[in-house]
Design a binder for this molecule. Sequence first.
Ligand code: ADP
Ligand code: MG
Length: 271
Amino acid sequence: MTDAYRSAEADSAEEQTTPRRLATSIRDLSKYYELKTETVKALRGVSFDVPEGDYVAIMGPSGSGKSTLLQLLGCLDKPTRGSLMLGDDDVASMSDDQLADIRSRRIGFVFQSYNLIQQLTVVENIQVPLFYQGIIGAKERARSIELAERVGLGDRLSHRPSQLSGGQQQRVAIARSLMNDPYFVLADEATGNLDSVTTEEILSIFDALNEEGRTIIMVTHEDDVAMRAKRIVRLKDGKLDSDEQNDPAARQAARKVQRANVEQLIKEGVR
Ligand code: ADP
Ligand code: MG
């Protein structure tokens, strides 16, 4: 384990001698899209590890391969080359059925557009990851309610998405992403559609989840959102451009400034 893989907060003697388990290990990962007239090399040999409990922001210009990387991590697609471990599962060599199974059991997704099912209530949307396994008993129902409460929607359990604000819908999506005890939460521009106040609410939930030990991997093009993560991985032209830890003090400062800005906005009556 190198320093780059150690969380800035991991300063106890035990953490320095015991390597942390990896949520994912990415080695020489490539993804080519074969079109009729050309091959698009969306990822060209990317390698990095994400230890459990990390909080990674993936950045890079449009077209640099961020969404492609997230799709591979989310088992929505297969790499052309390279190895991709999720925990102890080698997903690069899995069949489509095995990938679908892993995806439904161990991956939590939060999309920019929420992707909720309009006909279902808040609680039912949170349970969606279980539909594939067909096991929704008292225990699962209790957990979905607990997750709704966890994201501050305890009083909206029977609402449908159309009756919720964007921020509330995104909170449903976060609760849904946790239903299956995922390897990590994958977020693709999760705050891209939200105003500053709502963005802060969502980022505070991510902060709290990460402090509880959840691994978070999010794509963002906003510097102030990326500053909330522990680490920034930058892609460029399908390759790793840089991989740096956020300075813990700068990270805390960014959090404070952003919260103060939002408090000011609320005072001014934005809500
Ligand atoms: P980013 O999310 O960083 O904007 P993407 O991963 O979406 O980048 O795209 C990387 C490159 O791969 C782009 O050139 C894009 O046009 C191409 N690409 C992405 N998805 C597909 C696809 N399904 N078929 C063909 N080309 C694709
Ligand atoms: Mg993208």
